[in-house]
Design a protein around this ligand. Structure first.
Ligand SMILES: Nc1ncnc2c1ncn2[C@@H]1O[C@H](COP(=O)(O)OP(=O)(O)OP(=O)(O)O)[C@@H](O)[C@H]1O
Ligand SMILES: CC(=O)C(=O)O
Length: 121
């Protein structure tokens, strides 16, 4: 599973163009971008709160995937984002994340990152 965090939508469009065989999920804080991204090939969209740290992004991925039992703890997700978050056009990071690590708080940074709010699918 590949999760892309996008503010303007370009990153989601670029990932969609690759026609990957693995599921592509786009997370955005912008309702309009969410609607546009949903029209791109193979993209499933999630509306998320704006975050300040990439650790909060992976927490959102954990919440979205584990709540629906879409994936299991220990499954691996690839997360593409801009680090630090909040600057459109700054996508520059790829992280391999083990699902559950953020919501389980396996590292101190995850325990500090708090509740990001609701994710709307
Ligand atoms: N929920 C969020 N909270 C904070 N920042 C976010 C969130 N979702 C995405 N971002 C940030 O948005 C940026 C990527 O947005 P975008 O998709 O617009 O980039 P891009 O495609 O490179 O830009 P552009 O559309 O300007 O060409 C990254 O810095 C990413 O961290
Ligand atoms: C992409 C991401 O989650 C990071 O920069 O850590």
């Amino acid at each position: 599973m590949l999760a892309v965090f996008t503010q303007g939508g370009d990153s989601a469009r670029r990932m969609s163009r690759l026609r990957s065989k693995i599921p592509l999920l786009a997370f955005t804080p912008e309702p309009v971008v969410r609607s546009q991204a949903a029209l791109s090939w193979g993209v499933e969209t999630f509306l998320t709160p704006t975050v300040k740290h990439t650790d909060e992004m992976v927490r959102q991925v954990d919440q979205a995937m584990l709540a629906d039992h879409r994936l299991e703890r220990g499954d691996v997700a690839v997360v593409v984002a801009g680090s630090p978050p909040g600057i459109p056009g700054s996508t520059n990071a790829l992280r391999v994340h083990r699902l559950g690590d953020a919501t389980d708080g396996v590292a101190p940074a995850y325990r500090d990152s708090g509740e990001p709010g609701d994710i709307e699918h």
